[in-house]
Design a protein around this ligand. Structure first.
Ligand code: ATP
Length: 514
């Protein structure tokens, strides 16, 4: 664990040093849990957006995009349930004065027990080798059975308290399990209280409730209220989806762990509208499609796991998270929810406008059911950064820090390195850059030895370096060097674009999702 925490620290300082992520308003000592994306971070973030956007809209004929406003009519949030129910149960430790989410304290306790199970499984795997049967082992190993029972009991008690909004029994559970504050080590807890997560502000010059508006806590509602606008103007036929990328705001009780949990963040959400009764079929489809999307980045299949929700949100009839093995352990990266017809029906009721769809094939009108996929862009950024960040020892015992970013996502795609600053080599570099700049971000670097320049590009994840030397002038060839394998090849300048397309092109990345 300690090692993993160290890794997070290293990633944070690497991200700052190379211009990926800065603490916000740093010259004023920063603002808690707010971050700015620097010159390379902005590129990486844009590329992640593109990967998502293209896979949703370009790769699906029946999914279109939307860009709705952050401010919405305040009734929206009454209808969606956010005014009354978008709360987190919070608890304070009286000694450290630190505030926690009661459900998160319990989940972390469960994770500790789960770690004991994983340890037992690892021992079993070692002992039985090839013959190891995990299902059987889980069913028979007394330590695993005991710990699993503990987990099941805690989960059941937690689910009951959360569903019944019984804050006292939630607190009692924390006391009974002897959960202590990680900072003070004490078990001196306050009562549990509900805390609404929406930010509000005033619109126009009138103060008070009449002009109170909220900063949206999710982008989804902008999609629901535009459901008919898009359906009618785009002549969309169910099943179809609407995708949106945009900022969301939540006054999180504890915002920490770098860009994992912020008060201002960005979401990539897609709502897929289906005939009522077909939602679970489509829920399964989206679960497997989203898993494929993640694994297609080749960051490591073992870094993902599904987690079914213990407590279903007020609108859902099935929900799970895709969790990612962040430096702080497995945590939610994306949620997939079957939201039924809850949102559209609520908006019908609160707006007094019909939001039904006439299905010509079935010859009837209905309010569709909805499957949602919702991923935090910043969390995806952190997932990619932490999986890509590697420290390697080279043959000559030198160290290199390298970001093994998927080629299409890398902020700088190609570095052009003239061996020396004279003899016409920089001019050839400029010529090549002028040819590549329409498709690829590039850097021309003239300073220091080639070895040092390679290290600098490794540290920012540039997949390809092209070195121009005196031979280039004679035979129009360059040395192309690949970041991950560090292999070098001599190729014709005229072949460079093909190599880049093959290594970094969107088509290559998206092909597996077709
Ligand atoms: P958590 O349980 O971690 O608070 P959530 O279940 O409230 O997350 P959703 O409402 O399902 O999250 O939001 C969808 C996605 O938005 C999440 O999977 C996550 O990637 C992202 N997200 C939610 N809250 C934050 C935040 N405070 N900072 C960054 N990303 C967030």
């Amino acid at each position: 664990m300690e090692q993993k925490q160290d890794k997070l620290k290293e990633i944070i300082s690497h991200a700052k040093e190379y211009g990926f992520v800065f603490p916000s308003s740093e010259i004023y000592d920063g603002l808690a849990a707010t971050y700015d994306y620097g010159q390379l971070g902005a590129e990486l973030k844009n590329n992640i957006k593109q990967y998502w956007w293209k896979s949703m809209t370009q790769m699906h004929q029946n999914i279109v995009g939307l860009d709705s406003a952050i401010f919405m009519h305040p009734k929206t949030w009454k209808a969606s349930g956010h005014v009354d129910a978008f709360n987190d149960p919070l608890i304070d430790n009286r000694d450290s004065k630190k505030r926690y989410r009661a459900d998160v304290l319990l989940e972390e306790h469960i994770e500790k027990i789960n770690k004991k199970i994983v340890k037992e499984l690892t021992k079993g795997k070692k002992r039985f080798g090839e013959a190891f049967d995990e299902t059987e082992f889980r069913k028979t190993n007394p330590n695993i059975l005991r710990n699993q029972k503990k987990i099941d009991n805690i989960e059941a008690a937690m689910k009951k308290s959360l569903n019944e909004n019984d804050l006292e029994s939630l607190r009692n559970l924390i006391i009974d399990l002897e959960i202590s504050c990680p900072i003070s080590g004490s078990k001196n807890w306050t009562e549990v209280r509900q805390f609404n997560l929406m930010f509000s502000t005033e619109m126009g010059s009138l103060a008070g409730d009449a002009s109170k508006v909220y900063l949206r806590p999710e982008t989804a509602q902008g999609i629901f209220v535009n459901f008919l606008n898009v359906q009618k103007s785009g002549r969309m036929k169910i099943p179809f989806g609407i995708a949106q990328i945009g900022k969301a705001f939540r006054n999180e009780i504890i915002a920490r762990q770098f860009i994992f949990r912020m008060r201002e963040f960005e979401q990539m959400e897609m709502q897929f509208f289906v005939p009522p009764g077909e939602e679970l079929k489509w829920y399964d489809y989206w679960k497997s499609h989203r898993e494929k999307w993640h694994k297609n980045l080749n960051l490591g299949a073992n870094l993902y796991r599904f987690h079914d929700h213990i407590k279903l949100a007020h609108y859902a009839n099935a929900a799970c998270d895709i969790e990612f093995d962040f430096p702080m352990g497995f945590k939610e990266l994306e949620g997939i929810h079957s939201r039924t017809d809850f949102d559209l029906k609520q908006h019908e009721q609160y707006s007094g406008k019909k939001l039904s769809y006439f299905d010509a094939e079935l010859n009837k009108s209905y309010v569709p059911s909805v499957i949602e996929t919702s991923i935090g862009l910043d969390r995806m950024f952190l997932a990619i950064l932490s999986a890509a960040f590697k420290k390697e020892t080279l043959e000559d015992n030198a160290q290199r820090v390298v970001l093994k970013l998927p080629g299409a996502l890398a902020p700088i795609k190609v570095a052009i390195l003239p061996l020396v600053k004279k003899d016409g080599l920089p001019e050839i570099a400029n010529e090549l850059a002028n040819q590549l700049k329409f498709d690829y971000n590039f850097q021309i670097d003239l300073k220091d030895s080639i070895g040092k320049r390679y290290r600098r590009q490794d540290a920012i994840g540039t997949p390809i370096c092209i070195t121009i030397d005196h031979q280039t002038k004679e035979d129009q060839t360059v040395t192309i060097r690949f970041r991950d394998s560090m292999k070098q090849e001599r190729i014709k300048i005229s072949a460079v674009e093909d190599v880049l397309e093959n290594e970094l092109g969107w088509k290559k990345l998206l092909l597996n999702l077709a």
